[in-house]
Design a protein around this ligand. Sequence first.
Ligand code: SIN
Length: 332
Amino acid sequence: MKMIKTLIASTVACAALIAPMTQAAPIEIKFSHVVAENTPKGKMALKFEELVEQRLPGKVDVKVYPNSQLFSDSKVLEAMLLGDVQLAAPSLSKFQKYTKKLQVFDLPFLFNDIEAVDRFQKSDKGQELLTSLEKKGLMGMGYLHNGMKQLSAYSPLKVPADAKGKKFRIQTSDILAAQFEQVGGIPLKKPFSEVFTLLQTRAIDGTENPWSNIYSKKFFEVQPYITESNHGVLDYMVVTSKEFWAGLPEDIRPVVAKSLKEAIAYGNEVAGEKTRSDRQAIIDSPRSEVLSMTDAERQQWVEAMKPVWKQFEHEVGKDVIDAALASNQKKS
Ligand code: SIN
């Protein structure tokens, strides 16, 4: 009897010692992105981290890596499929290798403004595009705004002829390349992390980006002229891998999904605020001059760049382009 009691006591003691060691380690979610923290995407990622860690303490550990610290956009999706990163939100221009349909967002002068982009993203066709990466093992979790793009350069860009012979950094999109070729520019696909240095050393003449990227990455300090062109959009798709998502425990997945949804809604609010405040900060800065276009000047850019729509219609899909165009009409 004494021997049995001793055996039970030592079993209990061993179990108590082992328990903390066998407690499941938190699920790690690495969120990699290329922009600064003080941007719509940077703030959205931090909000997601905050919400998940509040709601799932000790169960899920979110780590955000901004400023291309972990992966550039050209590597992040491959890394996601290998399980080295779980969340990212590349610009919609960077999915060309995975689907051509998302390139609708690159067509110049297609959307009148960010409200039209928002209406399209919420439409049936826009929502359908969130699933366009599934065959490649990726899941679109939602769209996130940054804003409409502005042209910038070392010399004023008022009419298309001003772009002739100038080197422009672009994202990895053939439509964006065609857009600059239409005005006689020389497009160069380069990673976001290199843009400041390329501009500063004058290896390139200009670029296109929304106000928040121009401000947070200090492009306005090395681009004396910024033309308020609103000629295209730079928004994001928040993505994860199908395998990672399916592997999340049943009690964790809905909480992560809810937190992501709320963080995206917050990021979209930030995008609106940053578009206004960063634009104003650049206007107020002595480092660069913000130029506006007259209607006639704008019409010249539209006429020069619009042939790109037809050129890429067979890849993007006429149905997708038509749905995007329809979103320019406000619903009454
Ligand atoms: C980003 O906003 O994520 C980067 C966009 C770019 O590469 O220009």
